[in-house]
Design a protein around this ligand. Sequence first.
Ligand SMILES: NC(=O)c1ccc[n+]([C@@H]2O[C@H](COP(=O)([O-])OP(=O)(O)OC[C@H]3O[C@@H](n4cnc5c(N)ncnc54)[C@H](OP(=O)(O)O)[C@@H]3O)[C@@H](O)[C@H]2O)c1
Length: 325
Amino acid sequence: MKPQRILLAGGSGFLGGELAKYFSALGWEVVVLTRSPKSRTDVVREVVWDARTVGDWARELEGATAVVNLTGRSVDCRYNAKNRREIMDSRVNSTRVVGQAIAKCKAPPRVWLNSSTATVYKHTFGSAHDESSREMDSVAEAKDAFSVEVAQAWERALFEEMDGRLLTSLPKTRRVALRTALVLGLGRNSVFPVLRRLTNLGLGGRQGSGKQFVSWIHEADFCRAVEWIIAQDELAGPVNLCAPNPLTNAEMMGGLCKVRRMPFGLPAAEWMLELGAFFLRTETELILKSRRVVPGRLLASGFEFRFRQFREAVADLEKRMTART
Ligand SMILES: NC(=O)c1ccc[n+]([C@@H]2O[C@H](COP(=O)([O-])OP(=O)(O)OC[C@H]3O[C@@H](n4cnc5c(N)ncnc54)[C@H](OP(=O)(O)O)[C@@H]3O)[C@@H](O)[C@H]2O)c1
């Protein structure tokens, strides 16, 4: 029997790397769409695309089981005009072109999963957002106007728009927006090694008030959830990819200190974070927005998390990190 094929558009980064390993291990054929293909030592095939226009790469979609679009310029940068444009365009243009390519397929993929973000939901210290929440306004305190705008445009490109028209021409392809929270893993671009380093330096205290919520998911559960969604024919629309137990920033940093056996962690006030973010060329919104999001649809469909608690997830990553060194 021919193996199932999965296309990972923008799959050369952190999450694409994890999914490529995961689906290769399951015996799937894995194709990564990238602007700079490289030769690899594993079975994964890299195919060139420009993330903007339909080209030869689109043939890879014929007969594929799934396409996952992970493309996006990193948000870990200063939000100046150039970076804002790249952040927005890389997400919206890649989403549009995947849709256009699927529309031209004779045998389109059964399912199209497109990255989105848990940041789409409103900054909150109140009850958690599941997918039924319609609260998506930005809040000045969270400085999240741009991120929310990007998240909404990204999902519009997936569900509604194509060439300015409603995207109703993909009757055979189920569409899912992956509203992904912070993915905890060991790969390049994962935030876990950064938090670990801060903790080692004695800087593992609360950041800002420490009351803001952090939604997260272990990289293994991220991959398992993607496989689960591909298999669930009734799951379409937005799906939150996050563990069921978000925690506050103070609890998160305290948990890291415990796991690292650090007796103290100096807190960082908001002004220190602003200063640090300026010198590190990043934005404090990534730390200060309160993201309290739960995986309503994954749980309702019967998905079982391997890592439900932050401490368990971090202990697992820590063990693997130590085994590597
Ligand atoms: N990691 C997380 O915790 C997390 C959480 C929520 C949402 N997400 C979203 O999930 C997606 C994947 O995340 P990730 O951590 O794997 O990101 P990543 O490591 O930065 O990889 C993203 C990929 O996008 C491509 N890309 C970057 N800039 C681009 C541009 N200007 N134009 C076209 N393509 C560009 C790159 O591929 P090539 O250079 O090879 O073309 C890159 O490998 C992103 O959209 C991210 O916003 C991630």
